[in-house]
Design a protein around this ligand. Sequence first.
Ligand SMILES: C[S@@+](CC[C@H](N)C(=O)[O-])C[C@H]1O[C@@H](n2cnc3c(N)ncnc32)[C@H](O)[C@@H]1O
Length: 467
Amino acid sequence: MNLFPAFFQMDGAHVVVFGDGVNAERKVRLVAKTPARISLVCDKRPDWAGAFDSQLHIIAASEAEDALASARFTIIAYEDEAQARWAYDLARAQGVPINAVDRKELCDFTVPSMLDRGAIIAAVATGGAAPVLAKDIRAKLETLMPARIGDLAAMAERWRPTVKTALSDETSRRHFWEKALRGPVAEAMYAGDDARAEALMSDTLARFADGLDKDEFGPVHIVGAGPGDPELLTLKAFRLIQQADIVFHDKLVSPEILDMVRRDADRVPVGKSKGEHLVPQDGIHELMIAASREGKRVVRLKGGDPFIFGRGGEEVEALRSEGIEATVVPGVSSALGCAASANVPLTHRDHAQTLTFVTGHAQKGGVPDLDWEGLAKPHQTVVVFMGVGTSSIISQKLREAGLAGETPVAVIENGTRANETRGFGTLEALPKIIETHGIRGPALLIIGAVAGLPAEARDTFIAEALA
Ligand SMILES: C[S@@+](CC[C@H](N)C(=O)[O-])C[C@H]1O[C@@H](n2cnc3c(N)ncnc32)[C@H](O)[C@@H]1O
């Protein structure tokens, strides 16, 4: 390791920056995030200096030596080599740590790529070897560090003395912090509810102080995994999946997403496909409740969005009836994922001002009792979930209710996944489209003028017209 990471304490610090160009501006902008006083050595006040008035003052080159005497560090941002050398000699003579922009040979320290979350700062350096890689790593850290993690750290700092007084034993303090900073307190803070985070912190501490922490429920999160493409997972879903001790997942959750579960966590498939339940819904509730009672961090991972034909509502109710407050993390519904992937705009000012999601599968099998007249009204898009098996009846019912047989239809199977299949055609030909493309599901039917808009759809209509 030929770089040693360290952080400067900036309360009451003074920093000298040399230069007035764009590099000087960038460095001043960075230093001005700290409470430091900044002396900028330049001939005339640059236009951008006004933005930093409260911290910045301009000094002449003749004053630089005196300013350096009290500097915590200096940044040389001159373009000109001779000027940079002059500033370097001046700072070196005073033993002030030096960073010289784009002049590695003059640097005592480099400025890393950093992620600023208030009380928490992550810094990544490659010693100038590959700054792009440092930026990439920083971007990855960004996905792992919730935006409000700094506020959580600041809250922990405020509570530290109280916790120390309440819990004399170091092990129970460690367990308390693990619980507080990884559980509901943290979630409330990340969700922007500071008051609730404070209240939960107080409750958690009281329980630990009374030795009741052992009977606590583990947190349960009902998480939408999106339609399949792992990049469509939300940052929150990603974080919770990685924290979970046990994950109960549906069949629709893609293997790439399941790979994100921690290796030492349990993965339990409970999903169903085409009405075949691996574990009945009540059984899923019982499993989640039992895992939470064991104090485990539970994630219930569901395809798409948990509240769109996902029975997420029933799961929330079942947990609540046992005194367990579950949080729900939305996911990209397959309706949105498939539409984007197939280039079908679900609404369009000229074609569809209403968007309706329906299920094509009744609870007891067959087609549900839908408002076919309502669905056949013009200027709308109808998205049918679980409608492959009942597509002939859906096509027939909609036509009987008055929707034209030539209405465009798109059928998207395994949308957003590597094996996505798309079929376009007309409402009349819906069963044929499914048959021709060998579609078995999971698939969505998109019915309405918008399904005829993608170039791929138009090509199909032209080919059919010529046939
Ligand atoms: C029980 S529903 C769950 C819907 C899910 N909650 C959502 O928001 O997408 C299952 C149905 O969603 C649709 N579906 C889910 N993932 C899909 C995908 N990747 N491609 C196409 N359809 C999908 C299919 O219609 C499937 O039969």
